[in-house]
Design a binder for this molecule. Structure first.
Ligand code: RIB
Ligand code: CA
Length: 317
């Protein structure tokens, strides 16, 4: 007797725009290893480090995990309208703590990331999903240059912003938003459906002793590299906030695999483009007080345990 075969779930094709970055690197690993995802391409932006370093890190990580066939395109080397202020968590190379990660022999694409994105979208039979885990320099520039192709973007899942001030460990601004707030404003105004995965939820997926104990059980070269990354990455969080490393970008990526990991609420997000201490602040109107239609779905709650279980399973052979 044949058992009813569950219809094979076709993997979701995605583009990943990132600034690796330790947590970006884990998101790259997850995207490649998940049977639910077809990683069509990686576009890289400045942010956690200068563009040459973030590109090199993306190439090295993809080659290390056996995904050298995934194209990588280099993007913006600075924000659209202001100087680059680097993130501080990832060290001078942007991926400190993995010296033995082989240098890449894989070549970067000849097209700029924005043009690569345009070509990829043009060729795609269906609109593509984008996961963005860095400042939105590339996507903001894409909105300016390729408005006619916006309909080929199904939606954007972006790690960025902070919307509630639930606790003292949340600052009024978040790096991906404040690094290039003009780009964020362009993307929010573009009309492309956007899910914002901000510090409100990502600061709830921290790597502490119980999580290290689980990561430590993954006795593979990949498992060991991820633990090395996490040990370097947590330094800034531990010294400045007294908490473990927050898996910001992996949570955003995980929503492609399982969107039920978070709850979201629609809101209009405004971006502060002139604040002295709040430049890049993402100010959400959940109550339609501005009379502006929602331009994003904001993640407000997360099931941290289920997220970590998903991540462990993706890292285990
Ligand atoms: O604020 C967290 C974000 O900034 C993450 O994407 C991290 O990689 C850094 O880019
Ligand atoms: Ca990032």
């Amino acid at each position: 007797m044949t058992t009813a075969q569950a219809p094979a779930v076709r993997p979701t094709p995605i583009l990943l725009d990132c600034d690796p970055g330790h947590d970006d690197a884990i998101a790259i690993v997850m995207a490649h290893r998940s049977p639910a995802i077809d990683l069509v391409g990686v576009t890289v932006t400045c942010g956690n480090a200068e563009i040459d370093k973030t590109v090199s890190n993306a190439l090295r990580v993809l080659q290390f995990i056996g995904a050298a066939d995934v194209p990588v395109a280099a993007g913006c080397r600075r924000p659209l309208a202001r100087p680059l202020v680097l993130g501080a968590a990832d060290g001078p190379s942007g991926l400190e703590g993995s010296p033995y990660l082989p240098a890449a022999t894989k070549a970067v694409e000849p097209l700029h990331a924005v043009d690569f994105l345009a070509e990829t979208l043009r060729k795609a039979p269906e609109p593509l999903r984008i996961v963005a885990t860095g400042p939105l320099c590339n996507l903001g520039l894409f909105v300016l240059k390729y408005r006619q192709l916006l309909s080929k973007i199904k939606d954007i899942t972006w790690m960025g912003g902070v919307f509630y001030r639930k606790s003292e460990i949340i600052t009024p601004t978040e790096f991906n938003a404040s690094c290039d707030p003009e780009a964020l404003r362009l993307v929010l105004d573009s009309g492309v459906p956007l899910t914002a995965v901000g510090l409100d939820v990502t600061m709830q997926v921290l790597v502490e002793s119980p999580q290290y104990a689980e990561f430590g059980k993954i006795d593979t070269a990949l498992g060991r590299v991820v633990v090395d990354w996490l040990k370097f990455y947590e330094r800034l969080h531990r010294t400045s906030m007294g908490v473990g490393g927050a898996l910001h970008d992996p949570l955003a990526l995980a929503l492609i695999v399982d969107p039920t990991l978070v709850r979201t609420r629609p809101a209009h997000i405004a971006v502060d483009l002139s604040g002295s201490f709040t430049l890049g602040a993402t100010v959400a109107d959940f109550w339609n007080e501005r009379g502006m239609p929602p331009n994003a779905n904001i993640a407000t709650e997360v099931d941290a345990d289920r997220f970590f279980d998903l991540l462990y399973n993706l890292l285990r052979d």
